[in-house]
Each structure stands twice: as structure tokens, then as C-alpha cells.
Design a protein around this ligand. Structure first.
Ligand code: CP3
Length: 353
């Protein structure tokens, strides 16, 4: 397989420039969860697909909803439409999306639950997702970058062990303390299959990867080092071996003061900051690590809109100007976001040229 060098790709897709060391202004932008229920055209396709997972596993429809926010807003990057829970589903764990309630999984409680997971089964589902990526690379405008992604092992494990989302991830944290001989191999398995999954996405045409660790912030530092930093470090190392130039963004949400160490130790090329990180913290992170920084508008401010939105956008841009920066939210876009506020945001960021 031959890959176009990153520097050459970046000439066509400015989103990639910061990863080659060149800051861009106005900064490249995209929004986490930019495809989704705040868009009426998404709700239409979603209704046609039936279940959420069948939407993820129908390349034609998954590609269509990936393209919707690009058509509307012309973001610099698109993100493959899928979900972090495709990985447990592909491993054979029962995963359901209950309308209005979020994901439900048959929780892994003991060694029996772990041994029922089958890495050898993942190929079937992963190749469907890769087909969506192939299709997207054909259908996207040539100047739009394509982001592939997966959940980080820790965050995916919190759902696999807890059986659902929870405010404190107590089930997984307890298993990590009480039964590291069970939790460790689960994380190891997730590292292995996630590297395969991301490699397939790169081979199908993804330009950048993002690893979502949405629940990184619930761990004390020793547990953070063991279950967040170390598995991500191994993933980055293995991905680099296969794809030396692929830019990798980490999103250790809530890592706060551990962010710089996370970046240094994992070797990610860029880091996404959550809403609570002060702009001075993003500046410091950019200076200390020399890596790309992404963030961090409050998704609720995008729901609120108006003059306050403009003020905050100006503050973020003023602090990050001249740096290797990607404009984004601090977490996923909310379902109640008025689409016209997104248009206002795009205009505000692009005006700052
Ligand atoms: O960003 C995008 O537009 C690409 C697609 C994407 C989805 N989920 C689609 C989705 C991405 C990158 C994700 C990541 C994801 N999924 C994360 C990490 C980021 C974060 O938000 O913290 C997590 C923790 C999940 C797990 C998940 N998926 C939950 C908790 C839920 C239910 C809550 C919700 O927002 O509905 C989902 C469902 C989901 N994933 C939807 C979408 C568009 C809504 C499903 C629907 O249409 O009913």
C-alpha cells in the first residue's frame, strides 16, 4: 500500500497543516459529534436506518450522515460516523442503544464475561466501518480531512464493565482496584483490537485519528498512568510502526493537570482540551508540549448562542493565535443546539482571519 506523504496531503487539506508544524489562521475547525440529532436531516436518515447500530453498519447511510455537517457548514474536517461502542459490539458483547436512555451492554462481571469476547470476530464489523471510510474518501470534497476514531481502552471498558454510562464509572474503577488480573487483560484486549480497527481506518483513507477518553478525568494519578496513559502509549507506538506519519489526537477529557504528562508520555501529536481547561492552560499546554492543541468552547454556550458566544470565541482565538491550534468544542455538540448557532460560530471563527 502506498500512502501520500503528510506534507503533500496537507497542501490540499489545511486541517493537516498544524501537524506538519505550521500554524494556520483562521484555525482549522470541526466539532465533536458534529453529525447527530441536532440536525433535522440526520433525524431523517436515522429514522430510515431503524436502530442506531444499523446506521453505523450501513456504509451508504453512515457516509451520508458524515457528509451532512460538511455540506451545511464546510468544516475543515469530517469525522467518520460510527460510535466508540462498535468495538465491544464487534467483540460479541451485547450492545443496545435505548431511545432516550443511551447505551446498554451486558456487563462483564467475571472471567467468563471476558473469555466470551472474541477478537477473532471483529473483522466482520470492522470491515463494514472501513467500507464507510473508503466511500467517504471518494465522496468528500478533496480539501476536507477525514478523521477516524475509536474510544480509548479505559473509556470503552467503563461501558463494558458498568453496562451503561455512569457519572462516576464506579464499576470499572472497582474492578481495576479489586481484580486487576481481570481488568488488565480486558484493557490489553481493547488495545489490540483498537489498533487493528484504527489501522484499517487509515488504510481505507482516514487522514487523522482521534482517541476519545471521555472518562479519563475520574481517575487518581496512579490509576490514570496505568489505565489511561499506558494503554494509549502502546496504541500510539504500534500505530506509528504501521503508519509512521498518521497524526493522532488524544482526548483525555478531564485530565486537567495531568494533560502535559499525558501528551509527553503517550507521544500523541495533539491533544483535545475539555471545557473546564482555562485558555491559559491551553496556551501552557501548547508551549510545554509543542504539540497541536484543540478545543474547547462550552457546548452549552453553543446552545445559548448570542453575544456571549461571540465574546468567548474571541477570547479563545486571541489566546491561541499563531499557535498550532484546532478550534473545537470542549465536548460533544448537544442535541438541543440550534443549527443556526453553529453557522454563527463558523462565521465568527472564520472572520478572525
Ligand atoms: O462526532 C461525530 O459526529 C461522529 C460520531 C460519534 C458518535 N459518538 C455518534 C453518536 C462519535 C465520535 C461518538 C463518540 C462517543 N460515543 C463517545 C466519546 C465522545 C463523548 O461524547 O464523550 C462516547 C462516550 C460514546 C458513547 C455513546 N454513544 C453514548 C453515551 C451515546 C448516548 C448519548 C447520546 O448522545 O445519545 C451514544 C449514541 C450516539 N453516538 C449518538 C450519536 C449521533 C446518538 C444516537 C441516536 O441517534 O439516537
Amino acid at each position: 500500500m502506498s500512502f501520500e506523504p503528510l506534507a503533500q496531503r496537507a497542501n490540499r487539506r489545511r486541517f493537516l497543516k498544524p501537524f506538519t508544524g505550521e500554524a494556520q489562521w483562521p484555525p482549522p475547525m470541526w466539532l465533536m459529534r458534529q453529525a447527530g440529532r441536532y440536525l433535522p436531516e440526520y433525524r431523517q436518515v436515522r429514522a430510515k436506518a431503524g436502530g442506531f447500530l444499523s446506521l453505523c453498519y450501513t456504509p451508504e447511510l453512515a457516509a451520508e450522515v458524515t457528509l451532512q455537517p460538511i455540506r451545511r457548514y464546510g468544516f475543515d474536517a469530517s469525522i467518520l460516523f460510527s460510535d466508540i461502542l462498535v468495538v465491544p459490539d464487534a467483540l460479541g458483547q451485547e450492545v443496545r442503544f435505548v431511545e432516550g436512555e443511551g447505551p446498554r451492554l451486558d456487563p462483564i462481571e467475571d472471567v467468563g464475561g471476558l473469555t466470551r469476547l472474541k477478537a477473532s470476530r471483529t473483522g466482520e464489523k470492522f470491515s463494514i466501518v472501513a467500507e464507510t471510510v473508503t466511500r467517504l474518501r471518494q465522496d468528500l470534497p478533496d480539501d476536507t480531512a477525514l478523521i477516524g476514531f475509536c474510544g480509548a481502552p479505559w473509556t470503552v471498558a467503563t461501558y463494558m464493565v458498568g453496562g451503561r454510562g455512569s457519572p462516576d464509572q464506579a464499576a470499572a474503577r472497582l474492578m481495576a482496584y479489586r481484580e486487576p488480573q481481570l481488568f488488565g487483560p480486558l484493557i490489553q484486549l481493547l488495545v489490540d483490537v483498537s489498533v487493528d480497527y484504527l489501522s484499517l481506518q487509515v488504510e481505507a483513507g482516514a487522514d487523522v485519528l482521534q482517541i476519545f477518553d471521555s472518562w479519563a478525568g475520574s481517575l487518581p494519578e496512579d490509576q490514570f498512568a496505568r489505565w489511561v496513559t499506558e494503554p494509549t502509549r502502546v496504541m500510539v507506538e504500534r500505530l506509528r510502526r504501521k503508519h509512521p506519519e498518521i497524526p493522532i489526537l488524544g482526548f483525555p477529557r478531564g485530565a486537567d493537570q495531568l494533560s502535559a504528562t499525558f501528551v509527553r508520555e503517550t507521544g500523541v501529536d495533539g491533544v483535545s482540551c475539555n471545557t473546564a481547561m482555562p485558555v491559559s492552560g491551553m496556551v501552557k499546554l501548547a508551549e510545554e508540549t509543542g504539540r497541536v492543541v484543540q478545543g474547547n468552547l462550552d457546548p452549552l454556550l453553543l446552545v445559548a448562542g448570542g453575544g456571549q458566544l461571540d465574546i468567548r470565541v474571541t477570547e479563545i482565538l486571541a489566546a491561541m493565535k499563531g499557535r498550532k491550534f484546532i478550534f473545537n468544542l470542549g465536548h460533544g455538540i448537544l442535541q438541543t443546539t440550534p443549527p443556526e448557532n453553529v453557522a454563527r460560530l463558523v462565521e465568527a471563527v472564520r472572520r478572525d482571519g
